[in-house]
Structures are given as structure tokens and as C-alpha cells.
Ligand binder design. Structure first.
Ligand code: FEO
Ligand code: CA
Ligand code: CA
Ligand code: CA
Length: 644
């Protein structure tokens, strides 16, 4: 479960799906776009379809992923494949300063929370220490804290319609300090990762942390508030979900749509039509508007415009001010994955995680110079934001969202580039972007250069809303789209090209249920299939690791699945890690040497009605303790590379 599933209507007001196209091809084997030979392996054999039509196959395909798959398991704790360990590194409420003792999270107040590790861990970046090194034993663990699961934090607090009115001011303030981002210095000694509790680099970023507004919206009239009359200094960050790292040593954290965190009457807001397109409806899901006018849509009308951006954090400088990079567009950002193109331009891939939203790409105007890393920092303020249009011939076009081009004119409400960015979704609607089944993470395979975009599921899709890349009229399962830049593999791939190829890499679901219409490798095991892919990462060898969110609805654990993207076992997932009940697995991130895979276990026990009936007390399991979201480190017992 995530906050979006059941609480945020966020429908696409007034924008019909742009086309109804039957997916004419289940497979586009051998489809290539200007990068021929390197992609020969695309022609993998044996996707299902053949499996469940009863065709025999001679022998199991040879996965490159050298571990014995974990057997499917779903209970109150976490599990990892034989020969591996999965240790809790840090979790909610853990100390981050010298002298702090252990705490009873059940009695934690706002001030205490602001100085301790945050709640619902999501995206993870491991940033080596010292800066610029490849150290895999010492670094900064930079972790998003997406939201709070109040039903399992506060006593007698079911997540029902009455919740927004039930919050006390103390609960709201504590919750506000539990979200944002947490940075802790960590070290591996004798194979065990632990937090350096008194590190001066440890830092919390919350809903109150001041943040510079950069890019075309800096100083714009619609960004000005009573707190910030100049429109250049936002206050805090919210729903920090996915993210990315830059080659100049910063972390990008995604604000995944603040729509349900504001109260008040949206119809009284001068930007009502735009806000409604972004799902703002005055829900006040966390009770903030009752205690702080800035979260009231009619009292502080421009405050919502200051959320739903990508925020850049320099974790190596604890005194640095995070920066909201408005050139990257405004949406329910899930991913902001960076790749440096062969010509040095910086490319950021982004998903907008809501029903029928879009896939985006930003290309910087300037080039990154590795000899001058600090020169990178303003590259994200100027460039071209584009949105993906998927064609039925296996190509996709990146359509630029540039003021003055196509329909993005003053007559249509886009007088400046700032207008285009503030209304990114409306601009994308206008150019005919392809509506997707909730785009979550995106990531580039470092070996092949291909880009993968995850659609987690779409409970609102129906037969009349299908398109070439979203093909199932009941998509409760999710799928993974493969995007193929021209130019060649790895560093040769041209991530700035106007046109890519694409394919459907995996259609998730249970292969045994024909109604799911899955597409996995035919040798996928009973433990290996997954539903609701959400986040992904690649190991240094270019194998994909997928984290899932939503599998509990299918009576299986969310977890981590490793998948080859090339060779005979392309599309053959293997279960590595299972999360405890109520939790999603998210934020997978490797150390540079590939020996540790960090994973967030988010919202354990969130399926509980209240704290009186907790489905798990993970990870402490002490009588009277509460479940705590936490980061685990997955390693081989012998310390060698994961899945090597
Ligand atoms: Fe925060 Fe889209 O999950
Ligand atoms: Ca997610
Ligand atoms: Ca990722
Ligand atoms: Ca999700």
C-alpha cells in the first residue's frame, strides 16, 4: 500500500486517454533502432505465452545470477536467500547525534524526532567517503523518509475518514519532523555495517528545512508566500519517494505529489484548475491545515506551487541548503535517475507516479566536466524537459515541453517557460503524451545503456484506455518497459536522441493464472514471479534488481527479485529477499563494489487496523514496541559480490 493507492483521487481531469490501440505485438523480437548488433540478445526466447500454452522446454535457462533462490515466504519477519545475511542498519527513531540514547518511539515528540532517523524509508543513495572515492566500506547513507503510517505509530488511530480531524497538534508536528530525508555516516567493520552516531555529517531534512528555489520558477510571482515574499526560499520537502545521484556527488530526492497533504477549499485558489489537475482536493490527510495556514489552499494560495519538484541535496556539506530544481518539471516525481551522455550533457529520467501519468526526460544544456565536479551543480537549471510518446511501431518520441513550440503558446496558457514547468502535466497533455499505468522508478542499465521504466499497476485502466505500451485492461500486476536509445551499448547509447526503440520487458503477475496475461521467462519458478514492481537498480554487471510494492494483496511478501536483462535468461526473475508483513521493499542501491545491496523496508505492519492489532513488531519484536521502518544491508556471508 502507498498513500496514492487509496487516498489520492488524482484523476486526470478533462484529459481523455489519447488513443485506443490494441497492442498488436506481444513481442518485438529483434526490433532494433540504430544499434543493431549490440542488441542481438533482445531476441530472447521463451517468454510465457509459450509456457502456458503447454510447450515443453528442454532445460532451465542459465541465469547469470549465482544464488539459490529464496523459497516464497510471507510472515512477520524478513528473509534472504541461503548464504546471505540481511542486517538492519538503521531505522525509525535511531540516534543520529552524540549522547543520544535509545528512545521509546511511542513517546517521541517533534523535537526529538527532528534529531533522529525518520520514518518510512524509501530511496537510498550510498555516497562513498571520502567524497569522490569508490569506498565500499565507508560512506553516507542518504535515505528518503516518504510519509508516516499513523495507524501503526499512534494508539487507537485507524486510517479511516476521521483520521485528518483526529490528529492532535503534537502528532502533526511529530509526523512533520519524521518525514523528508536522513543522512547518516556508516562504516563496515568485520562485515557489519553500523552508524557513526556522533558524525558531524549526520543530518535530518524535514518539512521545515529551508530550500532554495532554482531554475525558471525562482522568484516567480506564483512562488511567493507570506513566509517567502521573494519566491526563492521554499520551506521543507514532502513525500520524498524515489531519487538519483549525480556525478558531482549530490543526491536528488523526488517530491511525489503533495496533493492530499493540503486542506482548505481548492475552488477558492486562483490556480484551482491546475491544482485539480494535480489531484489537490483539500483532503488534508495528515491534519496539517488545522494547525498551519500554509497548508490551507485558500489561505496561502501559492504554497502548493512550492512542492512536487526534484530537490538536490549535497550530503557531504551538512550546512548546505537543499535546492528545488524547477527546470525538471512539476509532477508526482518518483524517479530522477541521472546518466551522463557521451557528449557530457546530463540526462535525468523521471516518472510521474499517478494513474495515466507520463514518463519524462530532462537533458541539460551544458556539459558535465569530470575534471571540475563542482561545476556540475547548476547544470540542472537549464535544459530541455521532454515527455514520451510511445508509437505502435516500436519507436518512441521525446516531445519537448518548450514554450512557443507546438501547442505550448500564450493563447493556450503557456506564456513563459515557467508556465510550462509549473503546469508540466497540462503541457504534456497538450502535446499528446502517452498515459501510463503509474510510472514509478526508471533506471539505465550501465552495461547495455538501455533504460527501464516501471509501471507499478493501474486499477483504473479499462479496455478503452489501452495503448501500445499499456496493454492489459486489468492491470493489477504492473509491467516494465524497456527503452532503447540509439547509438550502441553502454556509454555509446545516445540518451539525448529524439527517438528511441522500446519493448515490453516483463508483464508481471502470476504465470499460473492465465487471466493475469504475464510475460516472464518460461523457466520462472513458483517463487520467482512478482507483482507490482516499483523500484529498481542495477549491479555493476548490469543485472536488474527489482523491488515490489503491493504484493500483500496477492498474499505474498513484497521483496527483491534479481533479473537478467540479456542472454538466455532474459526476463527470468529470482527471489532474493522477502519483506515482513505490511511492508514494501524499496530503495535498492549497491555499494560501488557490488558487495552490499541496501534495501528499505517501508511501512512494516501498515496492514494493521491499529497498534492494538499489529501484524508484526519488526524489527525489534519487543513486547510493547512498535514496528519501525528500517534499512537493511544484504550481503553474501563470504563478503563477495551479491549474485556473483
Ligand atoms: Fe512513493 Fe510511487 O511510490
Ligand atoms: Ca515507490
Ligand atoms: Ca532506482
Ligand atoms: Ca508504489
Amino acid at each position: 500500500m502507498t498513500h496514492h493507492d487509496d487516498t489520492s483521487p488524482a484523476t486526470r481531469n478533462g484529459q481523455p486517454s489519447i488513443r485506443t490501440v490494441i497492442a498488436e505485438r506481444v513481442s518485438r523480437r529483434g526490433f532494433l533502432l540504430g544499434s543493431g548488433a549490440t542488441l542481438g540478445a533482445v531476441a530472447a526466447q521463451g517468454f510465457v505465452g509459450s509456457l502456458f500454452s503447454g510447450q515443453a522446454h528442454a532445460q532451465a535457462a542459465q541465469s547469470t545470477l549465482q544464488f539459490t533462490e529464496l523459497k516464497r515466504i510471507f510472515d512477520e519477519t524478513h528473509h534472504v536467500a541461503d548464504g546471505y545475511r540481511a542486517d538492519v542498519v538503521v531505522g525509525w527513531g535511531d540516534p543520529m547525534q552524540a549522547g543520544q540514547g535509545a528512545i521509546d518511539v511511542a513517546t517521541m515528540d517533534a523535537a526529538e524526532q527532528a534529531a533522529r532517523f525518520g520514518y518510512n524509508c524509501d530511496y537510498i543513495a550510498y555516497m562513498p567517503l571520502p567524497r569522490g572515492s569508490q569506498s565500499s566500506d565507508h560512506g553516507l547513507l542518504c535515505v528518503n523518509n516518504e510519509y508516516t503510517s499513523f495507524n501503526v505509530m499512534f494508539p487507537d488511530f485507524p486510517d479511516d475518514e476521521g483520521a485528518p480531524a483526529r490528529f492532535t497538534e503534537a502528532q502533526v508536528k511529530m509526523s512533520n519532523m519524521a518525514i523528508g530525508h536522513s543522512i547518516v555516516e556508516i562504516k563496515r567493520e568485520s562485515g557489519t555495517w553500523s552508524v557513526v552516531q556522533d558524525s558531524p555529517l549526520n543530518r535530518r531534512i524535514t518539512l521545515d528545512t529551508p530550500m532554495t528555489i532554482a531554475g525558471p520558477l525562482a522568484g516567480h510571482d506564483l512562488m511567493k508566500t507570506s513566509y517567502d515574499p521573494e519566491g526563492k526560499l521554499a520551506r521543507g520537502t514532502n513525500y520524498n519517494c524515489g531519487g538519483g545521484v549525480t556525478p558531482w556527488g549530490t543526491v536528488l530526492t523526488c517530491e511525489e505529489g503533495a496533493s492530499d497533504t493540503f486542506g482548505g477549499d481548492v475552488t477558492k485558489n486562483p490556480q484551482a484548475a491546475v491544482l485539480e489537475r494535480y489531484g489537490y482536493d483539500g483532503a488534508d490527510y495528515y491534519g496539517r491545515a488545522r494547525f498551519e495556514d500554509r497548508f490551507n489552499l485558500d489561505k496561502e494560495p501559492n504554497e502548493p506551487n512550492r512542492f512536487d519538484w526534484v530537490v538536490e541535496i549535497d550530503p557531504y556539506d551538512p550546512a548546505s541548503t537543499p535546492v528545488k530544481r524547477t527546470a525538471l518539471g512539476r509532477m508526482a516525481h518518483e524517479a530522477s535517475t541521472v546518466v551522463v551522455n557521451k557528449d557530457g550533457r546530463v540526462v535525468v529520467y523521471m516518472g510521474d507516479d499517478d494513474y495515466f501519468e507520463y514518463v519524462y526526460r530532462f537533458v541539460s544544456d551544458g556539459a558535465y566536466d569530470p575534471a571540475n565536479p563542482s561545476g556540475g551543480k547548476d547544470l540542472l537549471d537549464s535544459g530541455t524537459l521532454s515527455v514520451a510518446v510511445f508509437n505502435s511501431d516500436g519507436t518512441l518520441n521525446w516531445v519537448p515541453l518548450v514554450q512557443g513550440q507546438g501547442p505550448l503558446t500564450a493563447e493556450n496558457g503557456f506564456a513563459t517557460q515557467a508556465d510550462v514547468l509549473l503546469k508540466t502535466r497540462l503541457a504534456a497533455d497538450a502535446v499528446g503524451a502517452t498515459p501510463m499505468d503509474r510510472p514509478e522508478d526508471m533506471e539505465t542499465n550501465p552495461v547495455t545503456g538501455r533504460v527501464y521504466a516501471i509501471m507499478t499497476k493501474n486499477k483504473k485502466i479499462s479496455a478503452d484506455k489501452l495503448n501500445p505500451v499499456n496493454t492489459r485492461p486489468e492491470n493489477h500486476y504492473g509491467h516494465i518497459v524497456e527503452m532503447i536509445p540509439p547509438g550502441g551499448a553502454g556509454a555509446d547509447a545516445d540518451h539525448t536522441a529524439e527517438s528511441y526503440g522500446w519493448d515490453l520487458f516483463v508483464l508481471a503477475g502470476n504465470p499460473k493464472d492465465p487471466a493475469h496475461g504475464v510475460r516472464f521467462h518460461q523457466d520462472t519458478s513458483e517463487s520467482g514471479w512478482f507483482v507490482n514492481p516499483d523500484n529498481l537498480t542495477f549491479d555493476p554487471k548490469g543485472r536488474m534488481f527489482v523491488a515490489t510494492d503491493g504484493a500483500n494483496d496477492f498474499d505474498i511478501a513484497d521483496g527483491i527479485y534479481a533479473v537478467d536483462t540479456d542472454g538466455p535468461a532474459r526476463g527470468l526473475p529470482k527471489l532474493l529477499f522477502a519483506a515482513p508483513k505490511g511492508a514494501e521493499a524499496t530503495g535498492p542501491f549497491f555499494t560501488p563494489d557490488g558487495t552490499t545491496l541496501f534495501v528499505s523496508v517501508q511501512h512494516p505492519a501498515e496492514d494493521s487496523e491499529t497498534t492494538a492489532s499489529l501484524t508484526t513488531l519488526w524489527p525489534d519484536f519487543r513486547e510493547g514496541s512498535l514496528p519501525r521502518p528500517a534499512v537493511v544491508a544484504i550481503q553474501r556471508m563470504d563478503g563477495l559480490e551479491v549474485a556473483s
